[in-house]
Design a protein around this ligand. Structure first.
Ligand code: SF4
Ligand code: SF4
Length: 258
């Protein structure tokens, strides 16, 4: 019985990965809410804290061109200040520009596809915010670079992450091994205008959010945007101009799940 149950779950997991990749995800991984690595997540963004029924976290990466990363620097829309904006912690947004709005839009269709998939299997889901980067590292999507951004062997940091919690156990994926993208590089640290990194420490202690955000706000006042740590990173194997081709964006319909 146990064997057939695990086999069934293995099938669901494989189907899920194919389904989400057809919906536009580049990579999909599973993490367990019981993984001790979640001790490193920020308080209030740990799976079992936000949803005690959580049994697995489905994490996905969507390829994005450098131009689509946080490039919106205009004002928040009139009611945006009052609306919960999904998985991005409020404190990561400056008062005057919606730095994360575009990346949320890129991940949203994949999250909706995941909801549709699990509804088909009568598996409960939650989109409550959980720390994406911690989940992505635990689920084998990427490793932390010196910048603190997650780096996938193929996409580098040119991806946005999304996740869905479910109340069913799927076999967790292992973290990536033997992948050291920062071994001979220091570019993100050298080109940070805020000097927000402390090379003596390890992320997240090595990065000062306060210094970063203060500098970004100053730069936003001039109508520009800083994400040097993202833009200069040479990791990844797909050329920038081919990044969007990796997104297949096949329309999802209920008939798409067979
Ligand atoms: S966004 Fe800019 S200021 Fe912030 S850490 Fe990256 S390079 Fe430094
Ligand atoms: S810019 Fe270099 S050091 Fe920084 S995260 Fe990318 S590979 Fe690592």
């Amino acid at each position: 019985m146990k064997d057939s149950l695990s086999a069934e779950r293995g099938t669901v997991k494989n189907e899920l990965k194919v389904f989400l990749k057809n919906a536009g995800a580049f990579d999909v991984g599973i993490s367990s809410p019981y993984n001790p690595g979640y001790q490193n997540a920020e308080a209030g963004y740990k799976p079992l804290e936000v949803w005690p029924d959580c049994k697995s976290i489905v994490v996905f990466a969507v390829a994005m061109s450098p131009e689509s990363n946080n490039t919106y620097t205009g004002p928040l829309s009139p009611h945006e200040n009052d609306v919960p904006l999904g998985p991005v912690p409020r404190q990561l947004q400056s008062q005057k520009y919606a730095m994360n709005r575009m990346i949320r839009q890129i991940a949203a269709p994949i999250a909706l596809a995941a909801l549709q998939f699990f509804e088909h299997y009568n598996i409960k889901t939650s989109l409550k915010p959980v720390q994406c980067k911690v989940s992505g590292s635990l689920a084998g999507i990427g490793v932390y670079g010196k910048s603190g951004l997650l780096i996938n062997p193929v996409l580098g940091n040119r991806m946005t992450l999304g996740l869905v919690m479910i109340d069913s156990e799927l076999e967790p994926d292992p973290p990536l091994e033997n992948f050291y993208p920062c071994e001979n590089c220091n570019l993100c640290i050298e080109l940070c205008p805020a000097e927000a990194y402390d090379q003596e420490k390890v992320y997240p202690d090595s990065w000062s959010r306060k210094a970063c955000m203060q500098k970004r706000r100053e730069i936003a006042e001039t109508g520009s945007y800083c994400h040097n740590c993202f833009a200069v990173c040479p990791a990844g194997t797909i050329p920038d101009n081919e990044l969007m081709i990796t997104r297949k964006m096949i329309p999802i319909t209920p008939d798409g799940i067979v």
